[in-house]
Design a protein around this ligand. Sequence first.
Ligand code: SF4
Length: 275
Amino acid sequence: MVPELKAANLPSTVKTEGQMYQRWLRQNVRGHRQPHLRAVTLSFKRVGFAPGDADADTLDALARLADQFSAGEARLTHEQNLMLPWVFESDLPALYEAARVLGLAQPNIGLISDMIVCPGGDFCSLANARSLPIAAALTELFQDIDEITDLGPIDLHMSGCINSCGHHHSGHIGILGVDKDGKEWYQVTLGGSDGTHLSGPAIGGKVVGPSFSAAEVPDVVEAVLTTYRDLRTSAAEHFIDTLRRVGHEPFKQAANAARHDPGHRASRAAAEAAA
Ligand code: SF4
């Protein structure tokens, strides 16, 4: 049901022709059945915070934003962000300005830093491994907005155990915490999809090889992305489409070559030679 709607009509100093505002419009703002309205996603993927986390002061400020800009309504999204579903198009600059003050205006919705991550071993007694330190390392790694915009839409999902609360299996890049001999390791999968991407159905990702250490995971992800950049036909070909076109092998090879432990690489090579 459409609530009672009223534009905030707040003043704004935002330069609407500026690059960051335009990027925010492209990544974080969606069309609406009502032509004068927009659905706006505030990004909760920030350095220093676990994906989806907010402190009490931020939640208070968000409640005010929802009242001012979205008929008092906000929705949590599957991707661990927050959407304001009833925003007047004319209020977008003022909302952007307010979200930027709160640190929630990163134009990264749907990009690699917009990852889904379960609480893992820091909070969950079922976990095999921690997720949040890996998420923090990847969040730091992907702060260059030009770089992640160039990489395009990539779903990165991470779970701390096979219960899969982070939906690692449906990530284009999936990371699963596993326990080997009481130590934390991470299995990496590629090619999963939750079925929302234009090019294909929901499917589970395939494991690239033996598990990686926590320190190796960022390098493995970088190696996979470098392979994507090298093999894509153009920046318009999305990661998942390149992977489906060329197959998993070059990505697997790049991921396994990123291991830090040469002994692990050698034993892996020997095992493959003997197979
Ligand atoms: S996937 Fe495992 S570790 Fe993560 S929240 Fe679910 S049960 Fe806990």
